[in-house]
Design a protein around this ligand. Structure first.
Ligand code: SF4
Ligand code: SF4
Length: 400
């Protein structure tokens, strides 16, 4: 296992973190024996950062991790979990959720505590509710050790949030397809320049970049490489090639995933990939982009839309489906993220578009935004209400 240093506190963290979002399931519940065995096996082989969150696995991930860290394992790792920002309605809620999480995890402190899934508007809400005061106090009294945030918004908001609090770390989505999406490469460099440790999530874009059988046009490119690597290895090595990345989280739920990731993490260093290898990964990225329906880069210049449409998010979901399939999962995620039930304060569905045209001149890609949004409506929105209801069941878990 390789380790990298957190600039602000000197912690040496394993470059592979264990993500507890996709723990193995059996009969509709976490397969506890397998999950604990996988987590402990990873720790025994050098992983020292484990990441969970309030809603993962229907609320079962945090208590499962607490049990996995019994028998002496708690002292071997840094535990990361996240304040469910979309559930927070008051300053008191923040302390209430943190207390519940400490109890669920069976610990008296969280080593790395994140404000979960921020974007610009959600950060503004959290600030208004007093999140800075909450983090100051929880850090001072030792309930949390290091404060950070995870991000799913637009680039300019990322920089604003980085500069708004003395964070120790942040967590961003980053992989060779998302170099210009959300925080992107620019955000990665910006956070590192401010001495934040950067945790990378979605290095395989929900597993899609690591499919053993990628789209044929992509498979041909990988097959032409001078060195044989699985798509997983290419994608992970590409992330670790960045010196600004502290560690990446892999949501492992098969023993073979754990073994493969551990083996790659033994030998991956920043700056390892040759120019030829980086060019190949770029070609693969471009091929994936050719498979996209809409040439949206997620820059956000078209925002805000007066009707409230979350334009880049709508196109991102539509593209995900055209590149990788998984239609039902993508539609459920679209229904949830675009609704005002969970994360956003207002809905952002494509169907809110009134075709006013105000966004058209702002798009550097000259995308016919209302026309493509109409396609998104036709493909993603039939059955929307039912999916939102299903999502509420899955994610809205009140603290006991
Ligand atoms: S055309 Fe549609 S997406 Fe564009 S600004 Fe008007 S309502 Fe918003
Ligand atoms: S639609 Fe155009 S302006 Fe809007 S995020 Fe996409 S590329 Fe940027």
């Amino acid at each position: 296992m390789q380790y990298r240093t957190v600039p602000k506190n000197g912690d040496e963290l394993s470059i592979l973190g264990f993500g507890c979002m996709r723990l193995p399931m059996k009969d509709g519940r976490i397969d506890e024996i397998r999950a604990i065995s996988q987590i402990r096996h990873a720790i025994d082989h050098g992983v020292n950062y484990v990441d969970t969150a309030w809603p993962y696995r229907g609320g079962g991930s945090e208590p499962l991790l607490g049990r996995a860290l019994q028998d002496g394992y708690r002292d071997k790792v840094k535990v990361a979990t996240k304040l469910p920002s979309w559930m927070i309605k008051s300053r008191e809620d923040m302390d209430r959720y943190l207390a519940a999480q400490l109890a669920k995890l069976g610990t008296d402190h969280i080593d790395y505590y994140l404000i979960h899934t921020l974007d610009g508007p959600l950060w503004d809400t959290m600030e208004r509710l007093g999140v800075s005061d909450f983090l100051d106090r929880a850090t001072a009294d030792g309930r949390i050790v290091n404060a950070g945030f995870s991000f799913h918004g637009l680039g300019p908001d990322f920089k604003r949030i980085v500069d708004a609090y003395p964070w120790v770390f942040c967590q961003i989505q980053y992989n060779f397809l998302d170099q210009e999406y959300q925080a992107g490469a620019e955000g990665l460099k910006y956070a590192a320049s401010r001495d934040l440790a950067v945790i990378v999530m979605e290095p395989l874009r929900g597993g899609n970049l690591g499919l053993a059988t990628p789209p044929p046009a992509v498979g041909e490119l990988w097959d032409g490489a001078h060195v044989r690597r699985t798509p997983v290895e290419w994608a992970l090595r590409w992330v670790w090639n960045h010196p600004e990345v502290t560690l990446l989280l892999s949501g492992m739920n098969e023993e073979s995933h754990v073994e493969e990731n551990l083996a790659i993490a033994d030998t991956a260093h920043a700056g390892d990939l040759t120019g030829e290898e980086l060019a190949l990964v770029d070609r693969v990225g471009r091929k994936y982009h050719e498979l996209m329906k809409v040439g949206c880069t997620g820059c956000g210049y078209c925002m805000p839309c007066p009707a409230g449409v979350s334009i880049p998010d709508c196109f991102d979901f539509y593209n995900k489906m055209s590149m990788f399939g998984n239609a039902e999962v993508v539609k459920l995620t679209y229904a949830l993220r675009m609704s005002d039930e969970l994360i956003n304060s207002k809905p952002g569905y494509a169907s809110l578009c009134t075709a006013c045209g105000a966004c058209l001149d702002k798009c550097p890609q000259h995308i016919s935004i209302p026309d493509f949004l109409a396609e998104v409506v036709a493909v993603m929105e039939p059955g929307l209400k039912e999916r939102v209801a299903m999502g509420k069941q899955l994610f809205k878990i009140e603290p006991k």
